[in-house]
Design a protein around this ligand. Structure first.
Ligand code: ADP
Ligand code: ASP
Ligand code: MG
Length: 465
């Protein structure tokens, strides 16, 4: 089989874990052709995001950069035992760190990092990780070669921060680069999360993007399967950090899994499943620390089990609710169009929309970090439109969703859901259901989010399944 395996940040968080991962790769590579995609070491991307924020304020990040370097040096010395490989990888790490220091220093002096240079800074997480993993593979006798996403052939547009892969050119390039390596028994180790624009500038494809990188590569090399290795057994009925008695979903369709991911489960890139779905490539989510568990299989043909209504619950925190109102919006064609057009043109992503039947009110949800931009954009974009009278917001919102193909055509699901929430005296601020009937989503205050998730998990008896 040809398998693309992606390891998330926690799976490569320290030297001991990297040793475990390379043994897993060695074993899988005995009977299969494998391509490896990895994320930055656990929490490194967050640290780079913080470094960018400080640079923009003109604050130096010397100590953060020192500890980043120290961590990578320590991890490589734990993961690699042969001195000669260690020192080769050590040199790669130190020259990457020097490049990172230079750009951060420049940005700090100017108090400016453009979206393009921000992507360049963020790319160092994955770029520092790949030589270490490839070195650890070499250390145990596995022939490997590390490449950045761009070197592997992932080409994107220049929408830095959320760059979109240009799939046709990517397909040709990835196959041309990785095909011969696989044929020669070399294990390619590719950075997740990053690509390259057509001009050769480094781009990133959005947070959680390594999952997306792995399915893009899987689709380009016509993989038989994509395996996403993480720190939990698979896709669970709810976030295991919130619901202790949640359970593993053994099988799920692309459509249901995509809804779960889109609505916040597993910190996965929202578009991660698209390339696999398009080509019908099964995706498995597996636990690096419990590799014998079957994990979750995401594929096309998953039948709804009898009596199964809700498959899982997801929640998105860090969102804000914006409410636009005005009596004369009713019967004014184009108001909603104008609102979403102006937001879309300014790069603001809308997560959920609801309009009251009276048409005098439109509510929608955006990421909290886009709230101020959204409000400013609306103020400027709607200036002089007398139909909109008021724009209000609530910045302490969370969106919760129940997901499952079994809800389709089953009456009474919503009443059961909201009945259970009401019994806890929790206020629901907004409700939306897509016509796919695969999910019902609603908004509550952030402080109620965990309790709501546990309440619904109990109500639909998900722990008992
Ligand atoms: P990785 O570093 O492997 O990419 P992530 O942190 O992106 O891992 O995603 C895994 C985490 O997602 C888990 O540790 C878990 O806490 C969280 N999570 C939230 N909801 C779910 C869910 N429904 N099923 C599995 N994991 C979930
Ligand atoms: N390192 C990137 C992030 O933290 C990509 C990923 O982990 O998938 O978002
Ligand atoms: Mg992730």
């Amino acid at each position: 089989m040809k398998i693309v395996m992606k390891f998330g940040g926690t799976s490569v968080g320290d030297g001991k874990r990297i040793k475990q991962v390379v043994e897993l790769i060695k074993k899988s590579g005995q009977n299969n052709q494998v391509v490896i995609v990895i994320s930055a070491l656990d929490s490194v991307t967050d640290q780079l995001v913080a470094i960018v924020a400080k640079a923009r304020k003109g604050e130096p990040s010397g100590s953060a950069l020192d500890s980043l370097q120290k961590r990578h040096e320590q991890v490589l010395s734990e993961a690699i035992s042969k001195q000669e490989i260690r020192s080769k990888v050590g040199q790669e790490v130190s020259s990457l760190m020097q490049m990172l220091r230079n750009v951060v220093q420049g940005g700090t002096l100017l108090k400016e990092l453009t979206p393009r240079s921000t992507d360049y800074v963020l790319s160092f997480g994955e770029r520092l990780a790949v030589p270490i993993l490839a070195g650890a593979l070499e250390d145990i006798g596995v022939k490997s070669m590390h490449l950045s996403g761009g070197e592997a052939g992932i080409i994107t547009d220049d929408n830095f921060g959320e760059a979109n892969p240009l799939i046709n050119v990517t397909r040709q390039k990835v196959l041309k680069t990785l095909g011969p390596l696989l044929d020669n028994g070399v294990v390619p180790v590719v950075t997740g999360f990053i690509g390259s624009t057509q001009n050769g500038e480094i781009s990133t494809i959005g947070r959680g993007g390594s999952d997306y990188s792995s399915t893009i590569i899987g689709s380009c090399v016509s993989a038989d399967e994509v395996w996403i290795w993480t720190d939990v057994d698979g896709l669970m009925t709810a976030d295991p950090q919130v619901v202790k008695n949640c359970h593993l979903i053994p099988e799920i369709s692309y459509a249901e899994a995509a809804e779960m991911v889109l609505l916040g489960a597993k910190a996965m890139h929202p578009r991660a499943l698209e390339p696999a779905k398009e080509r019908g490539i099964p995706v498995r989510i597996k636990n690096t620390f419990n590799p014998n568990s079957n994990g979750t299989l995401i594929s096309k043909d998953v039948k709804v089990k009898k009596g199964e209504i809700v498959k899982g619950i997801a929640a998105i925190r860090d969102v804000a609710l914006i409410n636009i109102s005005g009596m004369s919006m009713a019967g004014m064609p184009g108001t909603a169009g104008r609102v979403f057009d102006v937001l879309g043109k300014n790069g603001i992503n809308i997560i959920m929309i609801s309009q009251s039947i009276s048409e005098s009110n439109i509510s929608f949800l955006v990421r909290r970090n886009q709230l101020h931009k959204a409000l400013n954009t609306l103020e400027i974009g709607l200036l002089g439109r007398s139909s909109v009278k008021d724009v209000t917001f609530e910045d302490d919102a969370s969106a919760v969703a129940i997901i499952g193909a079994g809800m389709k055509g089953t009456p009474g699901v919503a009443s059961r859901l909201f009945g259970a929430v009401a019994k806890k005296h929790i206020n629901v601020r907004m409700i939306a259901q897509g016509s796919s009937e695969l999910n019902i989503s609603f908004v509550v205050s952030e402080s109620d989010c965990d309790e709501v998730v546990r309440t619904i998990h109990d109500e639909f008896k998900l722990s008992a399944a």
